[in-house]
Structure formats: structure tokens, C-alpha cells
Design a binder for this molecule. Structure first.
Ligand code: PMV
Length: 370
């Protein structure tokens, strides 16, 4: 693994270790995000094969508390609980992640880490929890480092947190910011990088600064194919080269659209990205289908409603069958009626989540939380 920041962070890590060890605690609330331009395909070291763009959600968040207690032995130990209970599968993932990031945080050796987390969204809601949980974890570890070793500017802090979140789950790199965030090098934008995401400033008080996301739960079950399997299938995908080119073009067009208030282009690209992602899944070897009949029915109804009303509503879909209905606050009332009258019958037990764009992670006041 290499890169400008990788080199900087590993150099810093060995340059300074804590002179004194004491118990410290931190906590973060960090959101999930929904991608408009999708990341699908990566190379060694969680480097994306194309740049992506998403916005962070407000309601779908992970809250995580981390306490580090000094111990006299070598290495680190971990106690992890999710929703108040031990969770072996995720505990193992966290342990592996912490071992991987030790070159950046060697100070973790010599601590017993106690991590407690919970999500504000239901476990089987079809909302990916890896972006919110891995970004919360990266923020907690970066906070520990701040408290113990070095102060950074806000920009440096969030860049490092995004870099670290990326190593846990690529899309988590974007959850470290509120509003829109992009991840991956964009031609002509020298401040962008494959190593971390950055916030995308857009004009205030436009339709794009007030987006809602109604997550229509078609199937709340576990995904049949994990996103890591999906990413690796892109390595030998016959359309890979074309896809990465398409994503780059879609990204620059959608950035222009956000800048110019061009709703039509935003809709065209958002839907093209969702359908292309699923097209890639179907045409990989082996091919797989995550869309379900109700997904298709919902998409048709959204398009019909847009045609009839001329409203700004569109959809995107992640690696699953659930539909994210995206629309601006100005049509909220009418769209909510549309959801209730026409879409809920296609959702699992009528389940949906009323979410919207959020302001990004928040540090928890852990004294209140304990
Ligand atoms: O971050 P991962 O490895 O779970 O991959 C996320 C992939 C998509 O959700 C399908 C797209 C994206 O950019 O978020």
C-alpha cells in the first residue's frame, strides 16, 4: 500500500508515541450515505477504480463509544458490543481492521479497547451499516490519537478520519462529511484523491441542498452477494474499462449539474448509475440479480409519477433490492402522499425509512452518554 498520505501517516506514527498512558474515552455519531455516482471495483489497498459521489443521511447513523484502558502487556485487546450484546461477526471485522491500521496507530498496542455501538436504523432495514459504523470507528480512533498525541486542524482531522474509514469500507470514507462528498481522484481537481474523500461545497438554498431520501424496503434480508464479492468480480468484468470511463463522465456531468441547478441531468445520471450498477452485477461472471419484481414496479411508478407531475423525483439503488427515492424538500408533502398511496404496497410489511441529507458526524458528549 502506498500513497502520499499513507507515507506521511506512517512516518508520523513512529515519530511520536505517548509518554504516559491513561484511560481515555471518546464517542462519535456518524451517518450512512447514499451514492449518486457508484463505487464498484477497487484495486489493492482499497483504492477505487473510479471516483464516486454521495450525500450523507441524517437519521441513519451509528453511535459509537470507545474507551481505551492501558494494560501492561503487548498488543491490544478488544471488547465489542453491538446494541448492548456481544456481536462476534462484527467484532471480528473490527479486530481485523484495528490490526490492519496498527502501522498508523502503533500507540494502540498497550491498550484494552472497549467499543460499544448501536445504530439508529433497524438492523434488517436494508440500509448498509458498514459506512456509518466504519466511519464512526475511524473518527473514534483519530480522536484518541488527538487526545494522546497530536492536535490537527479540522481539515487534517477529517482527512485522516476519511483515509482511515476508507480502509474499513470504501464508501465509509464519504460518511465523514455532511452533505455531498466525493471520493477518488477527479480529472482536473488536484485536491481530490483516491486515498480519502472530501466535502463538496454546493450552493445553499437550492433543491440540491435539501434532498430527502425515502428508503423503500423491498426486502430487509441480508444481501445475497456482499459488496466485497461484487468489487472483486469487477477485476475480470468484460465491461470494466467502459464502466470506469462512464463513471468518470457521469461524475463530471453531475458536478456540473449541481453547480448549474440542472435537475434534468442530475436525474438522468442518478438513474443511469443505479441501473448500470445492477447491469454490471447481472453481466459479471457469475452473474447475479439483486433486483426484485417490487423494485422494478417501484421504479416504473416513480418514472410515471414524474412524467405526470413534472416533479423532481428520482431513484437510486445500492447493492440490494431496496429503492432510495430522492426528492427535494419543496415537494415533500406531495411525495409522501404518493409513497403512501402507491409505493408502500410494494414494500416489505409496508416498511420505509423517511430520511434526508444530514450535516455529517458529530462528536458525542460522552459524559452524558455513560
Ligand atoms: O464500501 P463498500 O465496499 O460497501 O461498497 C459500496 C458499494 C455501493 O454501495 C454499491 C456503492 C457506493 O459507492 O456506495
Amino acid at each position: 500500500m502506498s500513497g502520499k498520505l499513507h507515507d506521511k501517516y506512517t512516518r508520523e506514527a513512529v515519530a511520536k508515541l505517548p509518554s504516559r498512558k491513561e484511560t481515555i474515552s471518546t464517542g462519535w455519531r456518524s451517518p450512512s450515505n447514499i451514492a449518486i455516482v457508484k463505487y464498484w471495483g477497487k484495486s489493492e489497498g482499497q483504492i477505487p477504480r473510479n471516483p464516486s459521489l454521495s450525500f450523507s443521511l441524517k437519521e441513519a447513523v451509528t453511535e459509537m463509544l470507545l474507551t481505551a484502558l492501558p494494560h501492561s502487556g503487548d498488543g491490544f485487546s478488544l471488547e465489542y458490543s453491538f446494541e448492548g450484546k456481544e456481536n462476534e461477526a462484527f467484532g471480528m471485522r473490527i479486530r481485523k481492521y484495528l490490526s490492519n491500521i496498527l502501522p498508523y496507530f502503533p500507540f494502540l498496542n498497550g491498550f484494552s479497547l472497549d467499543i460499544q455501538s448501536h445504530n439508529t436504523f433497524p438492523h434488517s432495514s436494508g440500509i448498509a451499516s458498514s459506512a456509518s459504523s466504519m466511519s464512526a470507528l475511524a473518527l473514534c480512533i483519530c480522536s484518541l490519537e488527538e487526545m494522546m498525541l497530536r492536535r490537527r486542524t479540522d481539515e487534517e482531522f477529517y482527512t485522516k478520519a476519511s483515509f482511515m474509514a476508507r480502509l474499513g469500507s470504501g464508501s465509509a470514507s464519504r460518511s465523514v462529511f455532511g452533505g455531498f462528498a466525493s471520493w477518488g481522484f477527479i480529472e482536473g481537481k488536484d485536491d481530490t484523491s483516491d486515498e480519502f474523500a472530501s466535502a463538496l461545497e454546493i450552493k445553499k438554498d437550492t433543491v440540491f441542498s435539501d434532498l430527502n431520501d425515502a428508503v423503500l424496503i423491498v426486502n430487509p434480508g441480508q444481501k445475497k452477494v456482499s459488496s466485497s464479492q461484487g468489487h472483486s468480480l469487477m477485476d475480470s468484468h468484460p465491461f470494466a474499462v467502459g464502466r470506469y470511463k462512464q463513471a468518470g463522465k457521469n461524475l463530471s456531468e453531475v458536478l456540473q449539474a449541481l453547480e448549474n441547478g440542472d435537475v434534468e441531468t442530475f436525474i438522468r445520471i442518478t438513474e443511469n448509475e443505479a441501473l448500470s450498477l445492477h447491469g454490471l452485477m447481472m453481466s459479471s461472471d457469475p452473474g447475479f440479480i439483486l433486483l426484485e419484481p417490487s423494485t422494478i414496479e417501484i421504479i416504473s411508478r416513480i418514472r410515471k409519477y414524474r412524467e405526470e407531475t413534472g416533479s423532481f423525483i428520482t431513484f437510486t439503488i445500492d447493492a440490494g433490492p431496496n429503492v432510495h427515492l430522492i426528492y427535494p424538500g419543496e415537494v415533500r408533502e406531495a411525495v409522501q402522499i404518493f409513497i403512501r398511496d402507491e409505493l408502500l404496497e410494494f414494500c416489505h410489511d409496508g416498511k420505509w425509512i423517511d430520511d434526508r441529507m444530514g450535516g455529517g458526524p458529530e462528536e458525542l458528549n460522552i459524559k452524558d452518554k455513560k
